[in-house]
Ligand binder design. Structure first.
Ligand SMILES: C[S@@+](CC[C@H](N)C(=O)[O-])C[C@H]1O[C@@H](n2cnc3c(N)ncnc32)[C@H](O)[C@@H]1O
Length: 277
């Protein structure tokens, strides 16, 4: 059963419900989804290694509603007997995710005002959820909500659209007229932060920063269009996915901040200092 919250019935929930109901064909290219899932799974495994967690939260259930998403990798990161939660503002996407992944504990709620108790999650994964707000203050509020629900010592793995990527920069600059009308931008995208600004926001909230990087170096537009035409299964699909993933080698070049579609950060909420006797 999807756990509903009042906040989910506001404008944001309605917008994303409409998107999920009326234009699923704009979102759902199986090969593209597999690429995104593989890329994000590899990202999490490379940073979290063999660490395991007792209570995991993923913000937005978009990928899990449309396909495998990160459900498998999150399950392997969760200790036996642990809990894996997901939250999305869209009740439609939350219900679809639950249908595909019945072991997920699914909440319908807004990441700017999470319907979740404080200090409980030792891992929060937020992949490009917080870059859909119109105002910088909303992104700040969402970051502080993630901090609130995290247990002391917990980890936050977060990505946002990279404002230095030329496509993101162009899209955000000319955003209005394109919004929701092209495969480049089938839905609302909003304010985002570069690595330096994001690091500053996280430090201001009290996080310690552990790693940062740029992610998704494949030429996104070309890959997105090709993935609609390419065979979704078999050796050709396998070759296509391997080629896209090989582009992550560009992360080692000085140009990484322009080629990576996302900025990615791993941060820790410090343990509370031991109280003096
Ligand atoms: C278009 S998807 C993109 C994110 C996806 N993780 C990805 O990387 O492709 C945006 C997702 O964020 C969810 N979302 C948007 N605003 C939200 C909010 N305020 N709180 C929680 N989820 C939100 C939407 O319902 C949708 O599932």
């Amino acid at each position: 059963m999807v756990d509903h919250d009042q906040a989910a019935s506001d404008h944001a929930g309605g917008y994303w419900d409409d998107q999920a109901r009326t234009s699923p064909e704009q979102f759902n290219f199986p090969l593209w989804r597999r690429y995104c899932d593989l890329l994000h799974s590899r990202w999490l495994r490379s940073w979290l290694k063999s660490r395991t967690f007792t209570k995991v939260l993923k913000t937005d259930l978009f990928e899990e509603a449309l396909g495998d998403g990160l459900a498998d990798v999150l399950a392997t990161l969760t200790l036996p007997g642990g809990e894996c939660h997901g939250v999305d503002v869209s009740s439609v996407l939350a219900a679809q995710a639950l249908k595909r992944h019945p072991s997920l504990r699914v909440h319908c709620g807004d990441v700017r005002c999470l319907p979740l108790a404080a200090e409980q999650f030792d891992l929060v994964v937020s992949d490009s959820t917080l870059d859909h707000f119109a105002h910088p203050a909303e992104l700040q509020k969402a970051l502080s909500e993630l901090h609130r629900v995290m247990a002391p010592g917990g980890l936050l793995a977060l990505t946002l659209d990279n404002p230095q990527h030329p496509l993101v920069a162009l899209r955000n600059h000319f955003g209005g007229p394109w919004m929701g009308r092209s495969a480049v931008m089938p839905y609302f995208v909003g304010h985002t932060l570069g690595l330096r600004q994001l690091s500053g926001e996280l430090r201001a909230l009290g996080f310690e920063l552990l790693c940062d990087d740029h992610l998704m170096h494949a030429p996104r537009l070309l890959a997105l269009h090709l993935s609609r035409l390419w065979p979704a299964e078999g050796p050709a699909a396998h070759w296509f996915l391997r080629s896209l993933l090989a582009c992550e080698g560009l992360a080692r070049l000085p140009t990484a901040r322009f080629s990576g579609h996302f900025v990615a950060i791993l941060a820790r909420k410090p343990k509370a200092p031991a109280s003096s006797p």
